[in-house]
Design a protein around this ligand. Structure first.
Ligand code: SAH
Ligand code: SF4
Ligand code: F3S
Length: 471
């Protein structure tokens, strides 16, 4: 009987990608996915360390899983428990100490060793199943090395299809060392996969039905991989190559970028490459130069404004998204106002804003002048209200327009399909199921807060299907 694997993923899209790779690695060992942790023979928590709240979830979830495991043991079954991802990397030893019966703790750079670790954990589990009544022991394996070999060279060729929209990691790690951020410590130094490996994976994804690929990296536009000709290629060259070599790949996105690496070649690609979608997530963090400097962002507010100006000159409909940290140590009212001003000037289609969370081992956590919680709350509320208003205004402006929607899957209501606009807006429309994987011209008729509703635009092939009202 197939063994069951449950993976819970926290954090960023890179973790989502990694979770899928771990599932691919365990499939040859007979593991199939389950949605139910209480029924799983193996559970992996793929964790995130970016803010305190994200990190704490690991320990509370582990508590629940261990209780479930005890129940399963009483029924003569067992569960292998593994913690992967950035909390494992940052707090591996602490997890081993606080959770003595854990089986596997592995960092983001060693998950290609998972099959071997699972084989050892399985032997340990069989032993403890034969030891009923004796004190319980986990396999207790910890691997948070940054190995010399690249895990990407060890991934299986076979992989479960991701669907119409797929993720592809092309770069990992970060050398920027923003003073608030754990990523350079949890993911390690910047690394770019060679172009040939990326092209092989992209072709496989498209052969499996993907029409859109999002290229992933912690610092994706710092990409500098070995090109087909042996020279070092930047992101723009890679994107152009993929667009040229894979005709069925209709949409390309990339995330997450850093303003410093937004070079002219990449900006130009937004103007002349139709496959590159008019949506860019470009975190700015703050609008105050003083705070940006203390964050070691190595750019100013005006530097960011200039990039946006150039991009919008070439691609006027470009939708922007960003990240903001509210209440970085020393942030004054004037600094906060500078952030508000920048947001008002630029106008974002969507955004993420977070209260500053001091992370152990990062320089900013040591700074005096931490901003009081109540001040942070008030500032966060103001920023979030502003960003929310911009999001609603952006979506509202789409009403009445015709937009090409890449249909991804069935929606909640019968007969309804769901897809995304080029600007990453979710769009619902009544369409035949065969439209999955197609780009359909949709007339947007309705705004449902975060998503849009519409119907096939007149004259478009799909509009010959019976039209129904939007539910
Ligand atoms: N590589 C991306 C960011 C990855 S983390 C980049 O360079 O922008 C995602 C977001 O989490 C960051 O953009 C930042 O806004 C937020 N973040 C990171 N560390 C944080 C901290 N200590 N407290 C609050 N937010 C943080
Ligand atoms: Fe973190 Fe800064 Fe690197 Fe982004 S660029 S991952 S915020 S250190
Ligand atoms: Fe979190 Fe690690 Fe991603 S800390 S945001 S899972 S890189």
């Amino acid at each position: 009987m197939a063994k069951k694997l449950f993976i819970k993923t926290y954090g960023c899209q890179m973790n989502v990608y990694d979770s899928a790779r771990m599932a691919d690695l365990l499939a040859p060992l007979g593991y199939g996915m389950t949605e139910d942790p209480s029924d799983a023979d193996m559970v992996i928590l793929n964790t995130c360390h970016i803010r305190e709240k994200a990190s704490e979830k690991t320990f509370s979830e582990l508590g629940r899983l261990r209780a479930q495991r005890v129940q399963r043991q009483a029924e003569g079954r067992d569960t292998i428990i593994a913690v992967a991802g950035c909390v494992a990397q940052a707090e591996g030893a602490e997890i081993m100490r606080r959770v003595p019966d854990i089986d596997i703790v592995l960092g983001p750079q060693t998950y290609h060793r998972l099959p071997e670790m699972v084989a050892r954990a399985t032997r340990a589990r069989d032993e403890r199943l034969g030891n009923q009544g004796k004190p319980f022991k986990g396999a207790g394996m910890l691997d948070t090395e940054f190995p010399a070999e690249s895990k990407f060279d060890f991934l299986p060729e076979a992989a479960a299809p991701q669907g119409v929209t797929a993720f592809l990691a092309i770069q990992e790690g970060c050398d920027k060392f923003c003073t608030f951020c754990v990523v350079p410590y949890t993911r390690g130094a910047e690394f770019s996969r060679p172009v040939s490996q990326i092209v092989t994976e992209a072709k496989r994804l498209v052969a499996q039905g993907a029409r859109e690929i999002t290229l992933l990296g912690q610092n994706v536009n710092a990409y500098h991989g070995e090109g087909i000709d042996g020279a070092t290629w930047g992101l723009a060259r890679l994107v152009r190559y993929l667009a040229d070599k894979i005709p069925d790949l209709s949409r390309i996105r990339y995330t997450t970028s850093h303003p410093r690496d937004m070079d002219d070649d990449l900006i130009a690609a937004h103007g002349d490459l139709p496959q590159l979608m008019p949506f860019l997530h470009l975190p700015v963090q703050s609008g105050s130069d003083r705070i940006l400097e203390a964050m070691n962002r190595q750019h100013t507010g005006d530097h960011f404004r200039r990039i946006i100006e150039k991009l919008r000159h070439l691609r006027p409909d470009l939708a922007l998204s960003s990240d903001f940290i509210i209440g970085f140590p020393g942030e004054s009212d004037a600094d906060h106002k500078a952030t508000v001003k920048l947001i008002e000037e630029i106008g974002f289609a969507q955004s993420f804003s977070f209260k500053y969370s001091p992370r152990p081992g990062t320089p900013a956590a040591m700074l005096e002048l931490q901003v009081p919680e109540a001040v942070m709350d008030a500032r966060l509320q103001e920023i979030q209200a502003l960003l929310e208003a911009q999001l609603v205004a952006f979506n509202r402006a789409t009403i009445g327009r015709h937009v090409p929607v890449l249909i991804e899957r069935a929606g909640k209501h019968s007969g309804q399909m769901m897809g995304k606009s080029p600007y990453l807006q979710p769009v619902h429309a009544y369409l035949p199921a065969e439209t999955i994987g197609q780009e359909i011209e949709i007339e947007i008729t309705e705004l449902k807060h975060y998503s849009l509703g519409g119907m096939p635009a007149a004259g478009h092939a799909a509009s010959r299907q019976p039209e129904r009202a939007i539910a």
